[in-house]
Each structure stands twice: as C-alpha cells, then as structure tokens.
Design a protein around this ligand. Structure first.
Ligand code: ADP
Ligand code: MG
Length: 285
C-alpha cells in the first residue's frame, strides 16, 4: 500500500529532524498564516554568557554576588541560569547548594543561600546599571540579597545561524510578517529582531501576555504558529493553532506541550516542515 501523504510527510519531517506528534498536527502546520517566535533559545542560541557585572553596593563584591546568584540559579533549566552558573564556575568560585528554591517563569528565581534570601531575575524597575547593560543590547539580570539589589549582570546571547533565512521563509510561507514575542527588554529584543528581519516586536512579556497575543490573533481568525523553547512559552504553545518547541535546550514542559519538536537543533527545520505540510496537502510551496 502507498502511505497516505500526511504519514509520508511525518516520516519526511523526521528525516529533517522534526518530531511531528500526529497526522492532525502535520496537516495543521500548512494552514498557519501567522507566525510568532520567542527570542531567548529560539532565535538565539540559548547559550548566553555573562559579559559584564555591575556592582550596586560597596558591601558585596563580584565573587560573592556571582556565588550567591549561581547557587540560586543552579536548579533552574533557564538558559540565563546556565550562564550565571557557568560564570561562577569559570572564575573557580564555589556554588553552594541552595534551599527553598522557587522559580517564576518569565521573571526569575529565588532561593536561600547560606541563610540569605537571594533573588535573580528581570529588573523590577530600571536603574542606571540596567539601562547601561540594556543599551549594550544585553539582558539585564538583577541579583538581590535580602531584598537589596547588589549586582546587575549583563548577559549576551548570539543569534542562531540561519535565523534570518528561517524568518524570511516563514514570512513567505505564512503570507504575513512574523512577530517576536519575548520576556526580555525592548532594546535587546529590537537588536535580535533587526538582525533577523523582524519588524513586529513585543518585549517585556510575561507568559500570560504571550498567550494574550496568540488569542488576539486567533480571535481575528488567524492560524498562529508559535515557536518557543521555555517553560515561559508553554502556555502560548498550547494556545496556538500549532506550537513547535526547540528540543535541544528546550524545557520539558515546552516539549510536552508543543505539537511538534525540533530535534535537530536548527531553525531552518521549522519552515521546512511547514512546506512539507503544504506539499502533502497539495498546496503550492
Ligand atoms: P524569552 O521570552 O526571551 O525566552 P523569558 O520569558 O524566559 O525570556 O525571560 C524573561 C526575562 O525574565 C529575562 O530576560 C530575565 O530578565 C528574566 N528571567 C527569567 N528567568 C530567569 C532566570 N532563571 N534567571 C534570571 N533571569 C530570569
Ligand atoms: Mg525562550
């Protein structure tokens, strides 16, 4: 027997490095007419590095700030958390075990380290230090100890290879200009958007704001493809017409929630599976 077109397309998608979870998903991929991409870990490599450290008090020096921040971030799977832990390890600093760890998707982490309450995450209010870091196109992450901000880490991430081409292909296949949805700050978002050819940017979003954007498009009759990697993207992946998760560094929740998972870590596979779906459905690609 000849394989039905959608099943052949699933097999083909697998060869391209994308796990499509069902024939229904394979069919839906080719229907999308609106695309939204996450920034950190999706358009960027998701292997960011701490580029600079700005100290805010005379009492906590850089090694101590990094040790406390890394200890609090150690249980987190967020790319920024891995950057903070790597920065401490590279400097040969100890990373003690923390207790009472908690994380808030799109915001940051909190834990008790050596009896002190440590938070690491997005700025609650801009300061000179966060503005400086963001002016350099970096993600500003604030380290606070017992409620007092002690350091701002400027974290830099690189664009994925092939991101501009993938964005252009998605624009063509969907017939509309893709949107960047990110929890990160506006200047960092604008920089990555400019490098990838995206003009519609929504920055500073919480996970529920990403969902609201998707619902707004769906209400307007659009069929939205969301591409993301984080715990913070999971609700938007679920709300979308079709959700694709970046697999290598993606969070377990994103991989479970998404309709398809990019196993080969390349963004070019996303337009490739949309094109496969369109072909299977007899549409022009
Ligand atoms: P994106 O939408 O670009 O993937 P997120 O929604 O995951 O970004 O994060 C948004 C912002 O929240 C980050 O730019 C950072 O300031 C803060 N943040 C989230 N998780 C962490 C963490 N584990 N450590 C430090 N900061 C974090
Ligand atoms: Mg992300």
């Amino acid at each position: 027997a000849t394989m039905p077109p959608l099943l052949s397309a699933i097999a083909n998608a697998g060869r391209h490095g994308v796990l499509v979870k069902s024939a229904v998903v394979m069919e839906r991929l080719g229907q999308v007419d609106r695309v939204a991409l996450d920034k950190t870990g999706t358009l960027t490599e998701g292997a960011p590095r701490v580029a600079d450290v700005r100290l805010l008090t005379g009492t906590v020096a850089e090694p101590e700030a990094l040790t406390l921040a890394a200890a609090a971030e150690l249980p987190s799977e967020h790319p920024l958390a891995r950057a903070v832990v790597a920065a401490a390890r590279e400097r040969g600093l100890p990373v003690p075990a923390a207790t009472a760890f908690s994380s808030t998707p799109g915001v940051g982490v909190r834990a008790v380290v050596d009896g002190r309450d440590v938070t690491v995450g997005r700025p609650t209010a801009p300061s000179d230090a966060t503005r400086e870091a963001e002016a350099d196109g970096r993600t500003a992450v604030v380290v606070a100890v017992d409620g007092v901000p002690v350091a701002v880490l400027g974290i830099a991430d690189r664009l994925r290879e092939g991101a501009p081409a993938a964005v252009a292909a998605l624009a063509r296949l969907s017939g509309s200009a893709p949107t960047l949805l990110t929890g990160d700050n506006e200047p960092a978002a604008r920089r990555i958007a400019a490098e990838t050819g995206i003009t519609d940017v929504r920055a500073g979003l919480l996970p529920e704001d990403k969902v609201a954007a998707v619902r707004e498009w769906e209400r307007a009759g659009r069929r939205t493809l969301v591409v993301g990697d984080g715990v913070n993207d999971a609700p938007a992946l679920a709300a979308a017409h079709t959700g694709i998760a970046m697999g290598r560094a993606g969070s377990d929740l994103a991989l479970e929630t998404a309709d398809a998972v990019v196993v080969r870590d390349e963004l070019a596979t996303v337009p490739a599976v949309v094109a496969l779906s369109r072909r299977a459905r007899g549409l022009v690609v």
